[in-house]
Design a protein around this ligand. Structure first.
Ligand SMILES: NC(=O)c1ccc[n+]([C@@H]2O[C@H](COP(=O)([O-])OP(=O)(O)OC[C@H]3O[C@@H](n4cnc5c(N)ncnc54)[C@H](OP(=O)(O)O)[C@@H]3O)[C@@H](O)[C@H]2O)c1
Length: 255
């Protein structure tokens, strides 16, 4: 049995990654991590052989709780072969008393760093040939959006973290890569569009249409497409890609 740990697995992209891993091979076990137990259990029930998989309740921004949850799961005894750091929060931040800077950086950047570091001993203890880490960054690591300074900074930080971990872990043959999705049809993307609509006082449908008009392929990606890319990186079909960042954005940014 090989174990895969996916953060933010109770919805959107994380759910799709968990489904992809569990449905690809009956010997795959998925640990689904997040804060919302009901949503994680609901995804667990969707997975083939649901009893084989496990739910871990933890908040990435709370070091003590995260450490406890990882220790309780005894991942070091579970042949952990991959860590998918997908959890994150979106939305705006504005300097002042209600600035969300700390919340967003603490979750997306410091939380991802902490999550990976807490799980690394377990990843190292696996004897499998293919071991890997994937971080879910964003197109906003590469382009600026007004009002999104914390989100953009957190996601850009993940790219530096990816390269640094790739260099650190290369001697142990552990791969570390990042992906940068553009718009993906999930709760987070819809919440972002609602925020744009509210700020600009335009109807949601108009804002969505205007945003899609800026994307060469004129659409959002499906979470399942992101899961396919992640699985390519972690599934063991290659052991040559490390320290890289993959864009999947319908042509919204051509680098
Ligand atoms: N959708 C897009 O257009 C898009 C584009 C580029 C990048 N991304 C990135 O893709 C990733 C997944 O986002 P999504 O679109 O699938 O949105 P989503 O459905 O809102 O998923 C985010 C997940 O992160 C988890 N999470 C948030 N804060 C957490 C915390 N402090 N501790 C533990 N888990 C936490 C949430 O679970 P709980 O509430 O259960 O904790 C949730 O399942 C995010 O990192 C996001 O930044 C999304």
């Amino acid at each position: 049995m090989k174990s895969y740990l996916v953060s933010g697995a109770g919805s959107g992209i994380g759910r799709a990654i968990a489904l992809k891993i569990a449905s690809t091979d009956p010997s795959h076990r998925v640990f689904l991590l997040g804060r919302n137990r009901d949503r994680l259990l609901s995804v667990q029930r969707e997975l083939p052989r649901s009893e084989q998989h496990e739910v871990l309740i933890a908040d990435l921004s709370e070091p003590k709780g995260l450490n406890g949850a990882i220790l309780d799961a005894r991942l070091d005894e579970c042949n952990l072969v991959s860590i998918v750091a997908n959890a994150g929060v979106g939305g705006e931040n504005h300097y002042g008393p209600n600035d969300r800077w700390n919340e967003i950086i603490e979750t997306n950047l410091s939380g991802t760093y902490r999550f990976i570091q807490e799980c690394l001993p377990a990843l190292r203890s696996s004897q499998e040939k293919h071991r890997s880490i994937v971080m879910v960054s964003s197109i906003l690591a590469r382009i600026g959006v007004p009002g999104y300074s914390a989100y953009c900074a957190s996601k850009a930080g993940l790219l530096g973290l990816t390269r640094s971990l790739a260099a650190e872990l290369a001697a142990e043959k552990i791969l570390a890569n990042a992906i940068c999705p553009g718009w993906v049809e999930t709760e987070m993307a819809l919440a972002g569009l609602h925020e744009f609509a509210k700020n600009g006082l335009h109807p949601f449908s108009e804002v969505r249409e205007a945003e899609m008009a800026k994307v060469p392929l004129g659409k959002m990606s499906k979470p399942e497409e992101i899961a396919e890319l992640v699985y390519f990186l972690i599934g063991g079909s290659q052991d040559s890609i490390t320290g890289q960042t993959f864009d999947i954005n319908n042509g919204a940014l051509m680098a």
